[in-house]
Design a protein around this ligand. Structure first.
Ligand SMILES: Cc1cc2nc3c(=O)[nH]c(=O)nc-3n(C[C@H](O)[C@H](O)[C@H](O)COP(=O)(O)OP(=O)(O)OC[C@H]3O[C@@H](n4cnc5c(N)ncnc54)[C@H](O)[C@@H]3O)c2cc1C
Length: 401
């Protein structure tokens, strides 16, 4: 039986596995589909700025096993594309997996800041990281009178930094009380001279107003030069006493991308062709945050986002499985692009198109963001038939209600 191996159980990897299982089912043929990932959960990374709870991740086995995908928990050590072999550490031993087709979907990682004391910083990049930050927040709120306890320095005014900064006061209110939330100092540091540097000019007035509304102190055009247990030093020598520094900038493709002798972009993502194949590695596809793929004919490429990772995963699983089944693959294109950003107590913002025309703000948008974050990006549920139906490359998940 032909073997399809999928590396990474995030959005791209899960959808690659499900779509491949569906294509084999529809073709009435057998395919050995195996997904290897660090743990048994899909971490819903877009929610990691929210108050920490177990529901920020979803178990993978209940969605993979009913459709016949084998799940293997393990740490992927290396990909040998020439030998079509992957080395995985599983429960204290090492296993090798051979494949006929491979989908690399190991996502992205946050790089540590290249400054002294980077190890003092927290992040919300992974479930474990978000858990550590939550524990820290609870600790400092227990001793609010200690110097720097109520000052939170957030590094990076991109999507993640803005969502975290605008939600911080609400989180403190929930964990402690309104008085401490009111006293907190939230500092958002951005080395560029504008907030949302990658978001373009159209949404900026809304972002700036939201940050003002929830009293986030924005420091633009400045970088951190050092972090220690008591605070941060900014370029120019200014010191901010803070016991909690959170880095929300500096994503790069997973280092496993370097195992493929392939072209990579500035973020380390493997450059793939129209079918999400890695041109220099026969049998290998890449999807999600690990892949640089063309989305339209206007020169845009996929961003590190769920919005792109899910359809890319579906296409990679579809194409890899159909190659093995002797069926036609399909070009990946995704011309439509929207952004839905949570702005904490200041509401939310929806933009459409690559120039990010603002479509909507306020309560309605907040409700939409909630639906996206708690329903649309979660794995499909239900019976084997429901999961297979949700895995149709032309289907819509979740079905409109
Ligand atoms: C705080 C935050 C907020 C975000 N907000 C949004 C948003 O609002 N909208 C949006 O569209 N996107 C958002 N994103 C981005 C989005 O989460 C990513 O683009 C998406 O998760 C990428 O999916 P992926 O499947 O490529 O990778 P991931 O979801 O990162 O999955 C990769 C998987 O591979 C596994 N893995 C990696 N290396 C190994 C290894 N060596 N061995 C075994 N397993 C391994 C990981 O454990 C993980 O399960 C946000 C991200 C963060 C961190």
């Amino acid at each position: 039986m032909s073997k399809l191996l999928i590396l990474g159980g995030g959005f791209a990897g899960m959808w690659a596995a499900l779509t491949a299982a569906r294509e084999a089912h529809v073709a009435g043929k057998s395919l050995d589909v195996t997904l290897v990932s660090r743990d048994e959960y899909l971490t819903v990374r877009p929610r990691l700025y929210e108050p920490f709870e177990d529901g920020l991740r979803a178990p993978l086995r209940p969605v993979l096993e009913p459709v016949g995908v084998r799940f293997v928990p393990g740490e992927i050590g290396n990909v040998d594309a020439a030998a079509r072999r992957v080395r995985v550490a599983t429960g204290g031993s090492e296993t090798t997996f051979d494949y006929d087709r491979l989908v690399l979907a190991t996502g992205s990682v946050q790089r540590a800041l290249p400054i002294p004391g980077a190890e003092f910083a927290y992040d919300i990049d992974t479930f474990a990281g978000a858990g550590r930050f939550d524990a820290r927040l609870r600790d400092v709120l227990r001793e609010p009178e200690r110097t720097g306890a109520l000052t939170f320095v957030i590094v990076g005014a991109g999507f993640t930094g803005i969502e975290l900064a605008t939600d911080m006061r609400r989180r403190i209110r929930v964990l402690a009380d309104a008085a401490l939330a009111g006293r907190a100092r939230i500092v958002l540091v951005e080395r560029n001279t504008m907030v949302g540097p990658d978001l373009g000019s159209k949404p900026r007035p809304i972002l700036e107003a939201a940050l003002r509304d929830v009293r986030v102190e924005v420091r633009l055009g400045v970088s951190l030069t050092a972090i220690d247990a008591e605070g941060v030093t900014l370029g120019g020598g200014e010191r901010i006493a803070s016991r909690t520094v959170i880095v929300a900038a500096g994503l790069a493709a997973n280092p496993l991308t370097a195992d493929l002798s392939a072209e990579r972009d500035a973020l380390g993502r493997v450059v793939v062709d129209d079918y999400l194949r890695v041109p220099t590695a026969p049998g290998v596809f890449a999807a999600g945050d690990s892949a640089h793929a063309k989305v339209d004919e206007e020169g845009h490429s996929a961003l590190m986002s769920c919005q792109h990772a899910c359809p890319m995963g579906k296409h990679a699983g579809y194409n890899a499985s159909r190659e093995l089944l002797g069926l036609e693959p399909r070009v990946y294109r995704q011309p439509m692009y929207v952004t839905c950003l949570d702005l904490g107590d200041a509401g939310a913002m929806l933009t459409s198109g690559w120039d990010r025309e603002v479509q909507q703000t306020g309560e309605e948008t907040k409700a939409l963001k909630r639906t996206i974050n708690t329903q649309w990006i979660y794995p499909p549920k239900g019976t084997r038939e429901d999961i297979l139906a949700a895995s149709d490359i032309d289907g819509v998940w979740p079905p409109p209600t």
